[in-house]
Design a protein around this ligand. Structure first.
Ligand code: FAD
Ligand code: NAD
Length: 466
C-alpha cells in the first residue's frame, strides 16, 4: 500500500495531523498499536481524568456545599463502580468519535505496532503477528509518552501505581500517598481527596507545581490544604515497598533525616518519558536526543528529511493541545504551506477546583531574564460572582512590560480558570497591552472581571473594586 503521509500513533498529535493532511489532499494512513484510537489523552489521560474530576466535584459539593445553598439531601454515598463505568462510557464515546473522523476524512487506519523498515517503508505487525508493509513519502512520528519513575519507586501496578491504574481504581483508599506534586498528582489526588481519602503528597522540590508562577503554587497550596491534602516538600523518596495490603514509603527530608510514610496505595506521578520502543528508528537512521526524545529542528523534522516527530515524543510541554498544534503545523508544512506556532503562548491548566491556569512568562522567568516588568493582582473573593456561587478562593495576576505595557504573562487560580485563560492567550497573540485588556468591557457578574481588574492593577494600580 502506498501513501503520501503515514502517521504513527493516534493520540491528539497523530490523529489531528492525519485529519489536516487528508484535508489538504494527501493520501493518509494512521497506525495505532491499541484497538482504540485517541492515545494517552483520550484513553488514560485528559478525558478520563476530567470525567472523574467532575464526578468527584459533584460529590464534594453534595457533601460540603448543598446544605449552605439550601438543598437538603440524605447523606450521599460514593458508588465507585458506577463512577468508573460512567468514565469508561465517556472514554468510549470520545474514542469512537475519532474512528468516525478517520472514516469521514478517508484515512486508512492500520491496527498494530508500526516500525520502520527503512526511510520510506513501515511495517505494521498486528496482535496475531500478521505483517503489512506501508510505503510512504512522508512519515509523522506521534508515539507519545508513558509514565516515568526513578529507582526505588518502580510501579508494580498493584499497590504502587501510575495514573493509568489510578483511573480504574474501584475503591477509595483511606490513605493515599502521591509521589510528585505536579499536575497528575494534584488532579488525581483531588479526585480521591474529595471522595474521602487522606492524601499525602511527597514532593522533591520546595513547592508544588514548581514550574508554574509561584503565586499559583502558593494559592493552590492553600486551596488543597483546605481540601485535606498534606504536603511534604523537599522530600527525596528512597524506597517504596508493597507490604501486601498497603505501601511503605521511605524518604529523606531536607535535613537528610529518614521519614517513613504508610498508606493503602502509592501513586507515582513524577513526570512522563517519551515512548519510542519498537519503532525501529535505527532502520531509518533517525537520531535520538536528550532523555529519550526524538531530536527535531525548528520545523519538527528529524535528521532524516521527510520524517517528522510531534507531541510528547519531542521537546516542549507534554500537553494535548501542544501536540495538536504541532500535528497541524507538520501537515501544512508537508503540503507546502508556511504555518506558524507560538510556543510562548501554549496555555497550561491544572483541573483542581478552583482551577489553575497560566500563559506566557512567569514572574520568576522575567526576573531571571532581567526584564523590567510590572504586576497587578486581584483576589477572586472580591467578585460578586464568586460570592454568589461560594467559589471565593483564588486570584488573577497580570504581568506587563514596564515600558511598553505589553502583557507578558497571566497566571490565575479561579473557578473556571481553564476557560478564562483564553482571554489572555488571545490578547497576547495580538500583543495587547495591559491597558487594552483593562479597557475591554467584561460581562458582569463573571469571574472574567478578575482579569480586567488585575489588568487595571497592572496598568496604573487602578483596580476599581478593591
Ligand atoms: P499520545 O496521546 O501518548 O499517543 C501516542 C499513541 O501512539 C498511543 O496511542 C500509542 O499506543 C501509540 N503508539 C506508540 N508507539 C506506537 C507504534 N510503534 N506503533 C503504533 N502506535 C504506537 N494534557 C492536556 O493538555 N490536558 C489535560 O487535561 C491532560 N491530562 C492528562 C491526564 C493524565 C492522567 C495524563 C497521563 C496525561 C494528561 N495530559 C493532558 C497529557 C496528554 O495526554 C499528552 O500530552 C498527549 O496525549 C500527547 O499526545 P501525543 O499525540 O503526543 O501522544
Ligand atoms: P509533572 O512534571 O507535572 O510533575 C512531576 C512532579 O514530580 C514535579 O513537581 C517534580 O518536582 C516531582 N518529582 C520529580 N521527581 C521526584 C522525586 N524523585 N520525588 C518526589 N517528587 C518528584 O509530571 P506529572 O504530574 O507526572 O505529569 C506528566 C505530564 O502530563 C506533565 O508534563 C503534564 O503536562 C501532563 N499532564 C497535563 C495535565 C493537564 O494539562 N491538566 C494533566 C495531567 C498530566
Amino acid at each position: 500500500m502506498k501513501y503520501d503521509v503515514v502517521v504513527i500513533g493516534s493520540g491528539p498529535g497523530g490523529y489531528v495531523a492525519a485529519i489536516r493532511a487528508a484535508q489538504l489532499g494527501k493520501k493518509t494512513a494512521i497506525i495505532e498499536k491499541y484497538n482504540t484510537l485517541g492515545g494517552t489523552c483520550l484513553n488514560v489521560g485528559c478525558i478520563p481524568s476530567k470525567a472523574l474530576l467532575d464526578s468527584s466535584e459533584h460529590f464534594h459539593n453534595a457533601t460540603h456545599n448543598f446544605e449552605k445553598h439550601g438543598i437538603e439531601i440524605p447523606s450521599p454515598k460514593v458508588n465507585m463502580q458506577q463512577m468508573i463505568a460512567r468514565k469508561n462510557g465517556v472514554v468510549k464515546q470520545t474514542c469512537d468519535g475519532i474512528q468516525y473522523l478517520m472514516d469521514k476524512n478517508k484515512i486508512d487506519v492500520h491496527t498494530g505496532l508500526g516500525s520502520f523498515v527503512d526511510k520510506n517503508k513501515i511495517k505494521v505487525t498486528d496482535s496475531e503477528g500478521k505483517e503489512t508493509i506501508l510505503e510512504t513519502e512522508k512519515t509523522i512520528i506521534a508515539t507519545g509518552s508513558k509514565p516515568n519513575y526513578f529507582p526505588g519507586m518502580e510501579p508494580d501496578k498493584d499497590r504502587i501505581i501510575t495514573s493509568t491504574e489510578m483511573l480504574n481504581l474501584e475503591e477509595v483508599p483511606e490513605n493515599l500517598i502521591v509521589i510528585g506534586g505536579g499536575v497528575i498528582g494534584l488532579e488525581l489526588g483531588s479526585v480521591h481527596a474529595r471522595l474521602g481519602a487522606k492524601v499525602n503528597v511527597i514532593e522533591f522540590a520546595g513547592s508544588i507545581l514548581p514550574t508554574m508562577d509561584s503565586s499559583v503554587s502558593k494559592e493552590l497550596t492553600k486551596v488543597l490544604k483546605k481540601e485535606g491534602f498534606k504536603f511534604n516538600l523537599n522530600h527525596r523518596v528512597q524506597n517504596v515497598e508493597n507490604t501486601g495490603n498497603g505501601v511503605k514509603v521511605t524518604a529523606l527530608n531536607k535535613k537528610g533525616e529518614e521519614v517513613v510514610f504508610e498508606a493503602d496505595y502509592c501513586l507515582v506521578a513524577v513526570g512522563r518519558k517519551p515512548f519510542t520502543e519498537g519503532l525501529g528508528l535505527e532502520n531509518a537512521g533517525v537520531k535520538m536526543g536528550d532523555r529519550g526524545m526524538i531530536d527535531v529542528n525548528d520545523h519538527l523534522e528529524t535528521n532524516v528529511p521527510g520524517i517528522y516527530a510531534i507531541g510528547d515524543v519531542v521537546r516542549g510541554a507534554m500537553l494535548a493541545h501542544k501536540a495538536e498544534e504541532e500535528g497541524v503545523y507538520v501537515a501544512e508544512l508537508i503540503a507546502g504551506q508556511k504555518p506558524h506556532l507560538n510556543y510562548n503562548l501554549i496555555p497550561g491548566v491544572v483541573y483542581t477546583w478552583p482551577e489553575a491556569a497560566s500563559v506566557g512568562k512567569t514572574e520568576e522567568e522575567l526576573k531571571e531574564q532581567g526584564v523590567n516588568y510590572k504586576a497587578g493582582s486581584f483576589p477572586v473573593k472580591a467578585l460578586g460572582r464568586a460570592r454568589a456561587s461560594m467559589d471565593i478562593m483564588g486570584m488573577v495576576k497580570v504581568l506587563a512590560d514596564a515600558e511598553t505595557d505589553e502583557v507578558l504573562g497571566v497566571h490565575m487560580v479561579s473557578a473556571r480558570a481553564a476557560d478564562m485563560i483564553m482571554e489572555a492567550v488571545t490578547a497576547m497573540e495580538y500583543r495587547a497591552s495591559a491597558e487594552d485588556m483593562a479597557r475591554i468591557c467584561h460581562p458582569h457578574p463573571t469571574y472574567t472581571e478578575a482579569t480586567k481588574e488585575a489588568a487595571l492593577a497592572a496598568t496604573e494600580n487602578r483596580a476599581l473594586h478593591i
